[in-house]
Write a protein that binds this ligand. Structure first.
Ligand code: MG
Length: 492
């Protein structure tokens, strides 16, 4: 190890410690904190953010890094410099007044968005969206970009992803998914979607699921309840997930548990040697989502998984006693046009993302006025999915993301779906994946994911990781092949 690296790691460790504390504070907000604690927690969080900024912009750190760059470095050292440089660049580019203004506006906008959605009143939210787009556009200019201001916002959420990349992915997926849909017979409601369950029974099923998957509950992880399921990590040895219990339609709680398990496994299988460094975490939102989607869809919604787990399902949920595996599979995989992204199946889901991408691009370019957004939304919805929202609530006001200033975030969901299918395709060349799944044997699959993706943490940038581990570029064709194979003809 180059001696400067040790010094850099020493300084980075303090930043890591603040992140460790912030993660724990954020977990606590969602799971434990009394409601009125939020104000002081907010003050504490913004002080920590300021302190973090200071440490990141420390001149000594920068000069250590400059010197290190001139040396012969190994992959880990290069990764360390890449991750820190990227953070420093963002911190340096954005003027503190802009960051403060964005924080202030989005904090307010989140509350207003909630009210606007409840009252189905777009006009209430409109001035906030206007301001947020304006500020994000400014941020893009400060961050800099080669071709399109949206590049800067995409890169903020997914290192290295460009507007051209996204256009390439979506221009292939849109006709491809429409083609799959055109050949599909839709099945309306499924009775299990209305079936109520006992929360204790469902919790016991989720715990059994996690046990089968080898989730290290208690020793290195937790499993709690929160309004919106999420995964958070304090480090490699402390990774926590949550789920929720709606009380009906058990696949919601079941698949959200499996989804978050996928996120958690990524963090749990990062190489121990990276502990307490800036490299000891999943590299990006897109790669992270590929892991959650892999477990949720590629594995969890397969016929082999249903066959493997059917007896456990029947033992835990008595209403499934006489339901055959084919029927459960059908319930897990109902495809139908829906207005709400979070309720969409794996075929239509990415059309919801394409819609948001198209609108975001126009908003950032300034080629659409903010008052025209709902109309544009409804038209795109009709074109892409074939149904038209009757309210703002079921249309433009459904997602929290824009109110939080997260413009350029949505494409990472589709990127995750695409990469999960690429991983499936590659894994199937090396392993009898679905034989293992049917026997509920996940050792080899987890090993494969660890060696190809997880253990590297953030050592390699997302595109480089995919290239090195799978010898492929981002390839949306893999996702279409997966859909076509699964949903061709009468799939149910
Ligand atoms: Mg996720």
């Amino acid at each position: 190890m180059f001696p400067n690296t040790k010094e850099i790691l020493r300084k980075a460790r303090t930043i890591w410690a603040l992140d460790h504390a912030s993660s724990l504070m954020n977990w606590d907000i969602e799971v434990n904190m009394p409601t009125e604690g939020i104000q002081e927690r907010g003050i504490a969080a913004s002080e920590i953010a300021l302190l973090r900024q200071k440490l990141l912009l420390d001149e000594e750190l920068s000069s250590l890094m400059e010197r290190a760059e001139k040396e012969e470095l190994n992959d880990y050292e290069r990764g360390l410099l890449r991750v820190l440089k990227r953070e420093i660049k963002i911190a340096k580019s954005l003027p503190p007044e802009l960051v403060q203004e964005l924080t202030r506006v989005t904090q307010e906008a989140k509350v207003i968005w909630r009210e606007a959605r409840e009252k189905d009143d777009y006009n209430k939210f409109k001035p906030y969206l206007e301001r947020i787009v304006e500020l994000e556009r400014k941020a893009a200019d400060f961050l800099g970009y080669e071709k399109h201001p949206y590049d800067a916002l995409l890169d903020l959420h997914e290192e290295g992803l460009t507007t051209d990349d996204a256009l390439n992915i979506f221009s292939l997926l849109e006709p491809g998914i429409k083609k799959v849909l055109s050949k599909l017979e839709f099945y309306g409601e499924h009775w299990l979607e209305k079936q109520k369950y006992e929360i204790d029974a469902m919790r016991s099923l989720n715990l059994e699921l996690l046990k089968i998957l080898g989730y290290p509950l208690g020793s290195r992880s937790r499993f709690d309840v929160s309004a919106h399921p999420f995964t958070i990590h304090m480090g490699i040895r402390d990774v926590r997930i949550t789920t929720r219990y709606e009380g009906f339609d058990f696949k919601r709680s079941f698949f959200s548990t499996l989804h978050e398990f996928g996120h958690a496994l990524y963090e749990l299988q990062v190489d121990d040697a990276l502990m307490a460094t800036p490299l000891s975490k999943g590299v990006s939102l897109g790669i992270h989502e590929s892991q959650s989607r892999f477990w949720e869809n590629i594995i969890g919604r397969s016929m082999e998984f249903v066959k493997g787990i059917q007896n456990i399902l029947r033992e835990k949920l008595s209403f499934l006693r006489d339901v055959p595996a084919e029927e459960i599979y059908r319930y897990f995989n109902i495809v139908k046009p829906s207005l709400i992204r979070t309720e969409a199946d794996e075929v239509t889901y990415n059309l919801h993302i394409i819609l948001r991408f198209k609108i975001e691009l126009k908003m950032v370019e300034g080629s659409i006025r903010i008052e025209e957004v709902p109309e544009e939304w409804d038209n795109l919805m009709e074109d892409l999915i074939g149904i038209r929202p009757r309210s703002y609530k079921d249309g433009v006001l459904q997602d929290i993301h824009w109110s939080m200033g997260d413009i350029g975030y949505f494409p990472t969901y589709t990127l995750g779906n695409v990469i999960s299918a690429q991983i499936r395709r590659c894994m199937m060349r090396d392993l009898p994946v679905y034989e293992d799944v049917e026997r509920l044997e996940f050792g080899r699959i987890k090993n494969y994911l660890r060696e190809k993706v997880h253990k590297w943490g953030s050592v390699y940038a997302p595109k480089e990781l995919i290239k090195r581990s799978f010898n492929e570029d981002i390839d949306p064709q893999a996702f279409l092949e997966y859909l076509e194979e699964k949903y061709s003809g009468s799939y149910l």
